[in-house]
Design a protein around this ligand. Structure first.
Ligand code: 5MM
Length: 340
């Protein structure tokens, strides 16, 4: 457990965040195809190597989350991904859920699967070199959803996953995502996010999960994508922190997903969060908001690897600068008050 606490602290270290490059084969393939790149295992490998070898990445990224396929691949020079990333000063992580599947009995809702054989897989991932893991539950907002059954089922799976990770000495990133899909106002997102978190907290407690050895990866509290108007960063930050305040002080840290927000908006919202004094660091574990510009700049051209890396470096540095500010400008007083 001691090492889980240490690794969790490393993941949310001041001025750093986590790069989510763990798209499943299906998602990664469709994103590559949209960028005009043939979806082959080798192209997925080349893309992940481009991301991982971005010069200076370790200055702003504490970890990178990969999918199973990538963790079994090697860099072009033959070194296995986990070992290579580790030697670049970044912690390698692994997405261990097998996806959100239709939830029996709950039409229109999903439950995330992957618990069967999980302990054995975690032991293997630890052997390969994974320091942390990730599991994502997905909730959609409608007038009637999410149901209590979906909140409970997903929270229970997240807790069973988290407990199994800690037993294996791997830090669990716990991701209860409430999607931006829909036209709901920010208050409805706050209500649903609070309910999802409450269920997760209860289930984590029932299974004795050590909160100091996990990283919470929530959505920001934000209006639905089809809602009229854009909420200001100040209001997003206020609503998000208000929901998060229900988490105990011992939680190691919070690393937000970007949820399909435009990259600059995700950064502005993250920066606004830093104005609030919280007992845990608030950082990023973005996927699309970090990698979309890199994929667009590279689009499979070997001559544009540098351009792809420059695009990623720019986004990672901007987010790292946003979270670094909490330790320099916004939050007065001793650094320990913000979780250093
Ligand atoms: C990178 O995307 C992750 C998994 O994708 P699949 O749906 O293909 O399994 C996803 O879990 C991601 O880590 C988080 O949702 C955060 O990504 P965003 O793009 O929301 O920041």
């Amino acid at each position: 457990m001691g090492s889980c606490r240490q690794i969790a602290q490393q993941l949310v270290a001041p001025g750093k965040g986590v790069l989510a490059a763990d798209e499943s084969i299906a998602t990664m393939s469709s994103r590559l195809e949209k960028a005009g790149v043939e979806a082959t295992p080798e192209n997925r490998r080349r893309y992940r190597e481009l991301l991982a070898t971005t010069p200076g990445l370790a200055d702003s990224a504490s970890g990178i989350i990969f999918a199973d396929e990538t963790l079994r691949q090697t860099f072009a020079d033959g070194s296995p991904f986990a070992r290579a990333v580790h030697s670049l000063g970044v912690l390698p992580g692994i997405k261990v859920d097998t996806g959100a599947k239709p939830c029996p009995g709950l039409p229109g809702e999903t439950v995330t699967e992957g618990l069967d054989g999980l302990s054995a897989r975690l032991a293997e991932y630890a052997e390969i070199g994974a320091a942390f893991a990730k599991w994502r539950a997905v909730h959609v907002i409608t007038d009637a959803l999410p149901s209590a059954g979906a909140l409970r089922s997903n929270a229970n799976a997240l807790a069973r996953y988290a407990a199994a990770c800690q037993e294996a000495g791997i830090v669990p990133i716990v991701e209860p995502e409430v999607l931006m899909d829909g036209a709901h106002p920010i208050d409805r997102c706050a209500e649903v996010t609070a309910a999802a978190h409450a269920a997760v907290r209860e289930e984590l407690a029932l299974l004795g999960v050590d909160l100091a050895g996990i990283v919470l990866k929530p959505n920001m509290v934000i209006e639905g994508r089809d809602h009229a108007g854009t909420t200001s960063p100040e209001r997003v930050a206020e609503a998000t922190v208000e929901v998060l305040r229900a988490w105990p002080d011992e939680l190691a840290g919070v690393a937000f997903l970007s949820g399909g927000q435009p990259p600059e908006r995700a950064t502005a919202n993250l920066e606004a969060m830093q104005h609030h004094r919280t007992p845990w660091p608030l950082t990023f574990s973005f996927g699309r908001a970090l990698v979309d510009p890199a994929l667009a700049a590279w689009h499979g051209d070997p001559a544009l690897v540098g351009a792809g890396q420059a695009a990623l470096a720019e986004r990672v540095a901007a987010n790292a600068a946003a979270v670094r500010r909490s330790h320099t400008e916004f939050v007065a007083g001793t650094p320990t008050a913000v979780g250093v």
